[in-house]
Design a protein around this ligand. Structure first.
Ligand SMILES: [Cu+2]
Length: 167
């Protein structure tokens, strides 16, 4: 079973991190932060291609909007949030500089919609490994978590679940 590894997260952060699944479905979720992050994963890289995609789901359970301002993945030169848009009747990927999460809104990244695009891979993304993902939110602040690399979306029991720390 894959889980977030506390040892690789700086102490002050991990004290604030909310982790899912110490035994099956038990949760350790910080009550202070209204942002939930579910089901993060990164596609393994394909030989000869210098990019890969990543996904997760964000839910703002609070009463205030928040904005995702910055995304970094360990060992990756640049990571952008993209969405598909119809431009001149052609579906194109366009960068989304920041994503606003309205109160009670859930935004799911998926192969058909929003996704992370990881460019300039410093080393291949191999199935089974984990990479540190850093997200910076305007209100919720910075969160780091380890995200599994896989060839397809992980099964439910292997999915980390996570609540962002309060500011
Ligand atoms: Cu893209």
């Amino acid at each position: 079973m894959s889980r977030l590894s506390l040892s690789q997260i700086p102490l002050p952060l991990w004290l604030l991190l909310a982790l899912f699944g110490l035994a099956g479905c038990s949760t350790l979720i910080s009550p202070q932060s209204p942002i939930l992050l579910d089901d993060p994963w990164i596609e393994h890289s394909v030989e000869g291609r210098d990019s890969a995609k990543g996904y997760f789901r964000l839910t703002n359970q609070g009463d205030q909007p928040d904005r995702l301002l910055e995304i970094k993945v360990e060992g990756v030169g640049m990571t952008q949030l993209h969405e598909y848009k119809l431009i001149d009747d052609q579906e194109r990927m366009v960068p989304v500089p920041n994503l606003t999460l309205q109160p009670k809104e859930t935004v799911a990244l998926s192969p058909q919609g929003y996704h992370l695009l990881l460019f300039n891979l410093e080393r291949p993304l191999d199935s089974g490994e984990k990479r540190k993902l850093t997200l910076r939110f305007e209100k919720a602040g910075v969160v780091e978590l380890l995200v599994p690399v896989a060839h397809e979306e992980p099964r439910d029991e292997d999915k980390p679940r996570h609540r962002l720390p309060p500011r």
